[in-house]
Ligand binder design. Structure first.
Ligand code: ADP
Length: 473
């Protein structure tokens, strides 16, 4: 999937850049075509102007064709000269000499700027661009090689002639027009070396080229975006499912593990009871019956936990609302639990500071929530557990905090501990048993009680679980 998405994006990029290149090439060809036609027209017009001048000078009536212009300039002159030599008198000869001087003057190369009529050039360029369908704004200029400067720029002559000197603005390398690639040699057929270039620059060319592809670009960005989004979403769902199946596997493993011990103990106890030495001794019988009862209770508790979750899942949980004195509940829980903590040489204290500990809630659920938290505080304290349960009144309610100095947890773990089945990964070690259900049960119950549960914890330093119950109205 990743490979094909990357391939797809690559293809789009290639395709779009290719079509931009194509557009640009087409535009270039179009512009060079225009320039070619403009240069041709300028040249033609100069030739016909010259022939007209010759005509008017020598009184010819017939209009010489274009290709004859050059030969005409020389031939007519020499024929004339010969005829004049033969036929004319001194006056005519003098007249002829004046004509010759004029011809020479006509044929003398003029500076580039004077050979082009600015108005005419402006018009021709405009016409040709229009014909080619190019409606972009443009700058143009005529660049004279000899001067290394523009002699015409955007409808005006550039060189300023004084009485004594001609000031020339030399072309600079920062000049867009100077750097433009659209240029064509002028007067290439008449002159041996072209005296200069006609250059055009389109300031908005790149946006024009892009404007031809932006619709395609937008569409492909949009569709690629959709594909990428769906791709990311699918991957996310796959990973979530994978995680869920791992969590469920863990849960099943844990559960089997949790049940195996009591089942094994019960099995051993019943075997023992079947032994005459035991069933004849009421004390021993009582002891084994006690063991069976205890292990049975343990299994029952486990089943109860799973069932609680099943109830939460179906959202069937019903809360039997009544007035609950939190201090009484906590005192009861502490006295039930202290034996376990003492067994591990730990301490379990209650600091019941709330002035008004009465809230509205379900006694059974509140009691099992507090038991869950104390159980965790004990389970996740690897050394001697130091557990404190405190209460205090805060604005609009009562806060119950269960504090331990155990292993604590990372920021990442804090984010997930209230998720169902989540357990901080301890590798394959089942040193601390559990289903990962206790805290999600606490969370769901606190929500049902319109309260909140919060955790403050630091890895290696301990944890604080804070329950907030809104006060009874
Ligand atoms: P269980 O204890 O059955 O694994 P819980 O829902 O009660 O499930 O807790 C979820 C996880 O949160 C635990 O696996 C544990 O890693 C972490 N946790 C809970 N309480 C504490 C605590 N007091 N100190 C450190 N970690 C805790």
């Amino acid at each position: 999937m990743t490979a094909s998405v990357i391939g797809l994006v690559g293809l789009q990029v290639h395709w779009i850049s290719w079509s931009i290149k194509l557009n640009e090439e087409q535009f270039d060809a179009n512009v060079f075509g225009v320039l070619g036609r403009v240069a041709e027209r300028l040249e033609r017009e100069e030739s016909s102007a010259a022939s007209q001048l010759l005509d008017s000078t020598f009184g010819e009536t017939e209009n010489p064709s274009l290709s004859e212009t050059e030969t005409m300039q020389e031939d007519t002159a020499s024929q004339y000269f010969q005829a004049a030599n033969n036929k004319l008198d001194r006056y005519s000869r003098t007249r002829q000499m004046i004509d010759m001087a004029m011809i020479q003057e006509l044929l003398k190369p003029k500076p580039l700027g004077e050979r082009i009529d600015v108005e005419r050039l402006d018009l021709i360029l405009k016409q040709e661009l229009q014909k080619a369908g190019i409606s972009l704004s443009y700058n143009y200029g005529v660049f004279a090689r000899q001067l290394n400067a523009f002699v015409i720029r955007d409808n005006s002559y550039q060189h300023i002639t004084n009485k004594n000197s001609t000031r020339v603005v030399h072309a600079s390398s920062f000049d867009h027009l100077y750097n433009s690639k659209y240029g064509i040699d002028l007067f290439t057929t008449q002159d041996l070396q072209s005296p200069g270039l006609l250059m055009v620059f389109f300031p908005a060319k790149s946006s024009y080229v892009w404007s031809t592809v932006w619709m395609t670009l937008l569409a492909s960005v949009l569709f690629t975006g959709i594909i990428l989004f769906c791709f990311a979403y699918t991957i996310n769902v796959i990973f979530q499912q994978k995680k869920l199946s791992e969590i469920k596997n863990d849960f099943i493993n844990n559960m089997t593990h949790e049940f195996k011990t009591p089942i094994a103990t019960i099995s051993l106890a019943t075997d023992s009871i079947a032994n005459p030495i035991v069933y004849n001794n009421p004390d021993k019988l009582k002891r084994f019956a006690n063991i069976i009862r205890q292990e049975n209770k343990r299994m029952n508790d486990q089943v109860e936990k799973v069932l609680q979750m099943a109830i939460l899942d179906k959202e069937e949980m019903r809360i039997n609302q009544s007035s609950v004195n939190l201090h009484e509940v906590i005192a009861q829980a502490v006295s039930n639990f202290s034996l376990q903590v003492e067994k591990r040489e730990g301490t379990l204290n209650a600091e019941l500071n709330a002035e008004n500990p009465i809230i509205e809630g379900d006694l059974t659920h509140i009691s099992s929530m507090i038991q869950n938290l104390m159980d965790n505080a004990n389970k996740y304290s690897p050394e001697k557990p130091e557990i404190t349960v405190t209460t205090r009144n805060i604005s609009g309610g009562v806060e119950v905090t269960v504090t331990d100095k155990g292993m604590g947890m990372s920021k990442e773990a804090r984010k997930h501990i209230f998720d169902k089945f989540y357990r901080v990964h301890t590798g394959n070690l089942h040193d601390v048993k559990g289903f990962g259900l206790g805290l999600s049960y606490v969370k769901a119950m606190m929500t049902a009680h319109k309260g909140t549960v919060d955790v403050k914890s630091e890895l290696g330093k301990g944890s604080n679980f804070i329950l907030y119950f809104p006060a009874k109205n």
